[in-house]
Design a protein. Structure first.
Length: 467
């Protein structure tokens, strides 16, 4: 576990060639090649999960002011965060255009055109795009950016409320699978009224505990009810011939997912990437001397092909530098399994494997079983990274009986559960008195007393320091 997390995170992005934040606009950074690969493999997982039952689309980035302004609550929620385009060349535009902060108001006027009858429903579209938010809070690479480069947003429309609630459950299931694939633990909660998405009936959120105890929201799922349907007049003719408004949902993840992959599994010496998203799953490091050099390199290529035959991503680091430096580099970059091969290993028909998560050296023989044995090491790496991360979460969620205990536990790096009566003023009072944020409701209860009002508790809620 890293000591000074914020500093570690900042440094690792640069050292591991993930992003470069020196671009001369605050909150906007460059995806560097290694980071881009991690991002690509991560997004491929969520795409694959969504593609089973959703369709990918691509909308324009600009939204006319009249559309953005139509939904009152929504626009109020975003008014301080929108970037505007006011000119085309030298010409003032007749209507200013917003750089999408999210795409409800870009998509839903089109949904109104596309949806006519119940047979057009449900619509389940998603896109992966960049969105822009003029964040006023302290920006941080991947965590709070002004250009969200990896915004996966899904938008669905349904004939009934029941179907929209089922869709929320489907998104929860998809996000669980997604984060499970990444070995990222999560806390799921229903956001309090004051923190739901602008225009939503309710918001479900996934949060992860970062190494310093602060939580990061890594996914949100919103039931929009009929609010946007009424604003944008999205109606359909039902089986009974009646014209009705649709029910809608939307769900999003962002660059924060990649931030969490880096942070949750990382340690002082560098990244520990889950095999599913690591640019190289196996790095082969030849130990080269003048004598036997060609034979060792030839064997490395042979091993590479053998592993690629199993669908693995493999690289050979044959740079003309000391092997020690190569080990150091791949440790920093978090490649899950390293294979070392020198002339003596070749004579003995073995290679020395090392798992990044455990660091222990294992002798593998260079026979037909090699690829299976490597796959086995990768599977164990995935399981171990995930188990370690879930253990961390389990150890860092505590229960408090009063506000002082909340303070003590949060300051010690925990997320805290407490009984809450559910009243909004009481929620605000708890936030004000502690200085932390109520994440949301985890479960409904019929026992216990509210930690602040003393009234019968309705919920167990979560409170934490947040990003
Ligand atoms: C929606 N509409 O927009 P959401 N930097 C990085 N990640 C961010 C940032 C930022 N500045 N702001 C938000 N996120 C809905 C759902 C379409 C899709 C992350 O929802 O505003 C949030 O943590 O909740 C969240 O997980 C996701 O983007 C969606 O944003």
């Amino acid at each position: 576990m890293v000591e000074n997390f914020d500093e570690w995170f900042h440094d690792i992005l640069e050292k591991a060639n993930i992003t470069d934040s020196r671009y001369p606009i605050k909150g906007m950074a460059i995806w560097m090649p290694y980071g881009f690969q991690i991002r690509k493999h991560t997004m491929n997982i969520i795409k694959k999960l969504l593609d089973e039952d959703h369709e990918e689309v691509l909308f324009p980035m600009l939204i006319p002011e009249t559309e953005l302004a139509k939904e009152g609550i929504h626009v109020k929620g975003f008014e301080d965060e929108v970037y505007w385009i006011t000119k085309g060349g030298q010409t003032e535009l007749n209507e200013q255009l917003a750089l999408r902060p999210t795409s409800e108001t870009a998509m839903y006027p089109m949904y109104a055109l596309w949806i006519r009858s119940h047979i057009d429903l449900p619509i389940k579209y998603y896109q992966i795009v960049n969105t822009f938010r003029y964040e006023t809070k302290h920006t941080r690479p991947l965590i709070r950016v002004r250009e969200i480069t990896t915004f996966k947003e899904a938008h669905t429309a349904h004939a009934t409320k029941e179907e929209s609630d089922e869709q929320i459950q489907e998104f929860i299931k998809i996000y669980k699978e997604f984060f499970d694939d990444l070995g990222i633990p999560y806390l799921i909660s229903k956001r309090p009224e004051w923190d739901k998405f602008p225009g939503a009936d309710y918001t479900m959120a996934f949060d992860v505990i970062m190494p310093n105890g602060k939580t990061l929201q890594i996914g949100t799922i919103h039931n929009l009810g009929q609010t946007f349907a009424k604003t944008f007049d999205i109606t359909f003719e039902d089986k009974d011939g009646e014209h009705k408004y649709v029910y809608q949902t939307c769900a999003g993840v962002s660059d924060r997912v990649i931030a969490s992959v880096i942070s949750v599994h990382g340690e002082e010496k560098g990244l520990r990437l889950p095999p599913k998203v690591s640019p190289n799953q196996v790095t082969i490091i030849p130990i080269l001397f003048k004598k036997g050099r060609e034979e060792v390199l030839a064997k490395c290529s042979e091993i590479k092909s053998q592993l690629e035959g199993k669908g693995l991503r493999v690289n050979i680091d044959d740079r003309d530098i000391r092997p020690g430096k190569k080990f150091f580099d791949w440790e920093l970059k978090g490649t899950p399994v390293k294979l070392e091969l020198g002339p003596r290993d070749l004579e003995n028909n073995i290679t020395i494997a090392m798992r990044r998560d455990e660091g222990e050296k294992i002798e593998l023989s260079l026979d037909d079983d090699l690829a299976d044995n490597v796959v086995d090491l990768l599977d164990k790496t995935s399981e171990n990274l995930s188990a370690t991360a879930w253990n961390f979460q389990e150890e860092h969620v505590k229960f408090a009986n009063n506000l002082d205990e909340i303070r003590e536990l949060v300051e010690a790096g925990n997320v805290v559960k407490f009984y809450w009566c559910g009243e909004e003023e009481v929620g605000h009072e708890i936030e004000e008195k502690t200085g932390y944020d109520v994440l949301g409701i985890q479960e409904e209860v019929s026992e216990g007393k509210c930690i602040a009002s003393g009234k019968d508790a309705k919920y167990i809620a979560l409170i934490a320091k947040t990003y």
